[in-house]
Design a binder for this molecule. Structure first.
Ligand SMILES: O=P(O)(O)O[C@H]1[C@H](O)[C@@H](OP(=O)(O)O)[C@H](OP(=O)(O)O)[C@@H](OP(=O)(O)O)[C@H]1O
Ligand SMILES: Nc1ncnc2c1ncn2[C@@H]1O[C@H](COP(=O)(O)OP(=O)(O)O)[C@@H](O)[C@H]1O
Length: 666
């Protein structure tokens, strides 16, 4: 089991994967969670107390699937080796993967954000497709360790000896795992594992206390003096933001229960949730990118030309926390593999026993572990993991898997209104069913049908549609208030170091509009009216390096790789797109909306099920009454054309080309 954890990070580092097994393991023991221990609830006594009670929200999904602390002893006893990066552990990890005991990936790769190593997208894709062929997903049951009830009333006198014993037993249990045997431990072993776990945790906390005290000063850097004023201001911001968010009405049909009562129940309060409130005491307005106003907010977060360092610092904290609160969860009981392909992602490392926030600043990455601040470069992330030896890594996003064949997406009023309208539109059959919205622990979500539910090892591709991915309003905003985004500059430089202008290099930042335009021009968006955002292969391998996939030949090749040149799959996609083309002609929604940043999600599986869905309406807005969109003509500023049909036509054409090529070769 510990080697699995090692494998998680190691494979991530080398092969652009994230295998957040530890998270799953936590979830199945109802211990998942990161506490919002902040300056406010320090000192360590509070810290220690809080550590023992994970927040409800983080364990919501797992609670229903698990019944207690089974497996906890084993799991925690091996924590000491979680991030063993030694060559031997790496080899062992690979061996375990081959023997069929490895985790399936949960989320999209974080590598694209973290790694500063530039890779040739074409080569990377080719290799990845090839590698994908060899990697078959293993059954989820392999995750299960033998349940280990916590023994009672036993004492251990010599901690070091006991710790050593634990290490030996963990090694022994790994061997069992490698041999494919079921791990069965007797009561004495379980007892000692559990005892050592407690002791190790205590030692860890002692060490952490020391670090916390030593770094209190750095935490308050920029925050001293007017701390209480800021706190008040942040509290107000949260309150007003909440009040400005209007709840939607019930969903179209009565069977879809929108939990409005929960909202009335204090959701509009200034401090809506015990965990959230502590977070928000130390944060201001938040970044939630798919919200209509999110772009502005997230711009602020990374703005380099406003106010003070202290303000930026506060905003960054807020961003990372808000991101944390939308973290996806994946239990081992998840019926289908699930992934967030495109869309908003952050990176966060965490250990459920510690507050861990991870975010960018102009000079690199910044980590806050409990109250300790670490400044690190992107390349140092694995070093942090080594140093701390206790954190795992995963991606975050706006969408997370829920129960009952649904996904939850962070609430966006613009999107919710679109989805509501689409449920009674000619496009209804092309949009995931919208079940209304729900509130959970102070956060609102859109409930959507999980489009991967029922698919076996789904293969997924996200294509962002249209000839531009920014709204006209964003141009106006950029002219009047051009916030500089260092995160976007970093993303840009990573793909093409020569892309920024001298001025942008000097300020180490670009405007969001500039970044989005650069993305559109470097990819096929501007020329073909769509671009490939990401692909998940059947084994869960995630490919996201399509920044420079621009020409028709490159796209066709990608389509062939994505479908493994299976003509019947390509034909199914082509026919679905033709049906969509017809439905769009009938759609009054399409007639009245400017569709920006929306995607077509292609999904097929090994049983030859294939489908295409329209998703992501966070930037889809009604056109002004005096504008009649055609969707198939080039965009010039002011005409509001989105080029959706240009993209659809290109896709159909290139699928036809792929079918031709696949047919010729077979
Ligand atoms: O795909 P990459 O190159 O990472 O760039 C992303 C996408 O363009 C997002 O759009 P989408 O959600 O359509 O994928 C956009 O969110 P918006 O929807 O807010 O424009 C992000 O802006 P920020 O969220 O501001 O970082 C931007 O950083
Ligand atoms: N209904 C759904 N079922 C399954 N996966 C989904 C669904 N909606 C979104 N996703 C996954 O989440 C990703 C991001 O969704 P999207 O709506 O584009 O979010 P964002 O607004 O953050 O860009 C998609 O690429 C897809 O992989």
């Amino acid at each position: 089991m510990s080697s699995i954890y090692s494998s998680v990070i190691f494979r991530y580092g080398l092969s652009n994967f994230v295998y957040p097994i530890r998270f799953s393991s936590r979830a199945q023991n109802n211990k998942t969670g990161v506490l919002s221990i902040s300056e406010e609830n320090f000192p360590p006594s509070g810290f220690m107390k809080d550590l023992d009670s994970p927040p409800g929200r983080m364990s919501t999904l797992s609670e229903k699937r698990n019944n207690g602390s089974d497996g906890e002893s084993m799991r925690d006893a091996i924590e000491e080796r979680i991030f063993d990066f030694s060559p031997s552990s790496i080899n062992q990890s690979n061996h375990i993967k081959k023997t069929g005991f490895r985790a399936r990936p949960k989320l999209a790769s974080a590598h694209a954000v973290l790694s500063s190593k530039l890779e040739d997208p074409v080569n990377m894709q080719t290799n990845a497709y090839e590698e994908a062929e060899d990697m078959k997903p293993e059954p989820l049951e392999h995750f299960c360790m033998d349940p280990l009830p916590i023994p009672a009333g036993e004492t251990t006198k010599d901690k070091d000896i006991e710790e050593q014993k634990v290490k030996e037993r963990v090694t022994a249990s790994e061997n069992l795992v490698e041999e494919g045997s079921k791990v069965v431990l007797n009561a004495a072993t379980r007892k000692s594992l559990w005892r050592s776990k407690i002791e190790l945790r205590e030692r860890l906390k002692e060490g952490m206390r020391g670090r916390l005290e030593a770094s209190l000063e750095s935490i308050d850097e920029g925050n001293e003096g007017d701390f209480s004023n800021k706190r008040l201001h942040r509290k107000k911001s949260w309150g007003s933001r909440q009040r400005n968010t209007q709840p939607l009405g019930s969903s179209r049909d009565g069977e879809h229960y929108v939990e409005e009562s929960m909202e009335k129940d204090g959701e509009e309060e200034l401090v809506p949730h015990p965990v959230l409130s502590r977070v928000l005491f130390h944060s201001s307005t938040s970044s939630s990118s798919s919200f209509n106003n999110s772009s502005a907010e997230s711009d602020e977060v990374f703005s380099e030309n406003e106010d003070t360092v202290a303000r930026r610092q506060t905003m960054r904290k807020c961003r990372s926390w808000r991101t944390f609160l939308t973290m996806m969860q994946w239990s081992k009981c998840t019926p289908s593999s699930w992934i967030q392909l495109a869309g908003h992602q952050g990176i966060q490392d965490f250990d459920p026993d510690h507050t861990f926030t991870f975010y960018q600043n102009p000079s690199g990455y910044r980590c806050k572990i409990d109250l300790c601040i670490y400044f690190v470069s992107a390349l140092s992330v694995s070093s942090i993991l080594k140093t701390e030896n206790e954190f795992c890594m995963f991606c975050l996003g706006n969408v997370r898997l829920s129960e009952g064949g649904e996904v939850l997406k962070r609430f966006c009023e613009v999107e919710a209104i679109c989805l509501q309208a689409l449920m009674s539109d000619a496009l209804c059959q092309f949009v995931p069913h919208y079940f209304g919205h729900i509130s959970q622990d102070g956060e609102r979500y859109i409930r959507l049908k999980d489009l991967l539910s029922g698919l076996k090892n789904p293969v997924i591709m996200d294509c962002k549609m249209g000839v531009r991915t920014y709204q006209e309003e964003e141009i106006i905003k950029a002219r009047s208030n051009a916030s500089i985004r260092s995160d976007m500059y970093q993303k840009m430089v990573k793909v093409d170091p020569a892309a920024p202008t001298a001025e942008e290099h000097a300020q180490k930042g670009v405007t969001k509009l500039r970044y989005l335009q650069w993305r559109d021009d470097s990819s096929s968006t501007s020329s073909l009216g769509f671009r490939i955002e990401g692909i998940v292969m059947g084994n869960g391998k995630v490919l996201r390096e399509f920044y420079k996939t621009r020409t028709e030949a490159q796209v066709t090749e990608t389509l062939l790789n994505f479908t493994r040149r299976q003509v019947h799959i390509l034909e199914a996609y082509e026919s679905r797109l033709q049906a969509l083309n017809e439905a769009l002609k009938e759609s009054s929604f399409f007639n009245r909306h400017e569709i920006i940043g929306s995607s077509l999600l292609f999904v097929h599986d090994c049983s030859s099920k294939a489908n295409i869905w329209m998703i992501d309406f966070g930037k889809t807005i009604p056109t002004p009454v005096d504008v009649q969109l055609r969707h198939d003509v080039p965009w010039v500023e002011g005409n509001r054309e989105d080029g959706y049909l240009i993209g659809l036509t290109s896709l159909i054409t290139l699928l036809g080309e792929a079918i031709k090529q696949a047919g010729e070769q077979s």
